[in-house]
Design a binder for this molecule. Structure first.
Ligand SMILES: Nc1ccn([C@@H]2O[C@H](COP(=O)(O)OP(=O)(O)OP(=O)(O)O)[C@@H](O)[C@H]2O)c(=O)n1
Ligand SMILES: C[C@](O)(CO)[C@H](O)COP(=O)(O)O
Length: 253
């Protein structure tokens, strides 16, 4: 089974989240967001190592709060983050050995990822060299003037998908893409963009809205509600569904 390294960037500033604590470190139904996300990958037989990227300014606090627990968490390496997301990913990518065939990048703040969704995007990347999870845009998209808040146009949504993560690539492609990143003048908001710029096609694997990114406080409340619904479904003996994802284990952080 091809080995996949998993990069989990958790070094952002959480500026849209606000609050005293950065979103990866907030407790979500008893466990911190970052741990829920790491736990979705670290015990998989097809994962060689998880690289958790933490901002330099958070390292001491992270160590103080979580290091003792990490002693019991195998194959997780802490990597120093950068100012921009791509820098954080690049720092971790530099740690991935050449022996690893695939690299997955998954936002630490998408803790509701499910085993079935990971299976599907890992499988597609193994076959195609590059794959990512996404959901088709369901709402009508409007272009809005930031000054007046007035609509200046409607964006055709046919064929438009909302990118998620994991985004999974052949390691050599991702290394080459990052080496050439500086040549791109457009803003880079995801890793697939860099692979596309190399001329490789990235396969989109249909995902589920439950794999949303926690960006604001409202998202955290929604994530908490989903987890509570999963726990209730498990207690009621309902079978795990690929869209509901793995039922939470009883271990509380
Ligand atoms: N320099 C950065 C910026 C982002 N991230 C991570 O990339 C993921 C997606 O980024 P985002 O949701 O934008 O997080 P923040 O950058 O923290 O959010 P904001 O833009 O609101 O500050 C998050 O897990 C975040 O921690 C990172 O590791 N390093
Ligand atoms: C990578 C990503 O989650 C795909 O939708 C998104 O681009 C991250 O953007 P952010 O501004 O760093 O949250």
């Amino acid at each position: 089974m091809p080995q996949c390294a998993v990069i989990i960037p958790a070094a952002g500033r959480s500026s849209r989240f606000g609050g005293m604590e950065k979103k990866p470190f907030v407790s979500l139904d008893g466990r911190p967001v970052w741990l829920r996300t790491v736990d979705a990958f670290r015990s998989r037989p097809d994962v060689s190592k998880v690289y958790l990227v933490i901002a330099p300014e958070d390292r001491d606090d992270f160590r103080a709060r979580f290091q003792s627990r990490l002693l019991f968490v195998e194959n997780v390496e802490i990597v120093e983050g950068g100012t921009e997301r791509f820098e954080s990913v690049a720092n971790a990518l530099a740690r991935v050995p050449e022996s690893v065939s695939l690299v997955a990048v998954h936002d630490a703040v998408r803790p509701l990822i499910t085993p079935a969704l990971i299976d599907s995007v890992f499988g597609a990347a193994t076959e195609q060299g590059a794959a990512m999870l996404a959901v088709p845009v369901a709402d009508t998209l409007k272009q809005v003037d930031p000054e007046s808040n007035r609509i200046t146009g409607t964006v055709p949504r046919a064929g438009v998908w909302q990118a998620q993560t994991p985004q999974v690539f052949r390691r050599d492609w991702l290394v080459e893409a990052y080496a050439r990143r500086a040549s791109l003048s457009v803003p880079i908001t995801d890793d697939a963009q860099l692979i596309e710029a190399l001329g490789h096609s990235v396969v989109v694997v249909p995902s589920a809205p439950v794999n949303f990114k926690i960006t604001t406080k409202d998202d955290m409340e929604l994530a908490d509600a989903v987890l509570k619904a999963r726990t209730a479904a498990k207690s009621a003996g309902e079978p795990e569904g690929p869209r509901w994802g793995a039922f939470d284990d009883d271990a509380k952080w």
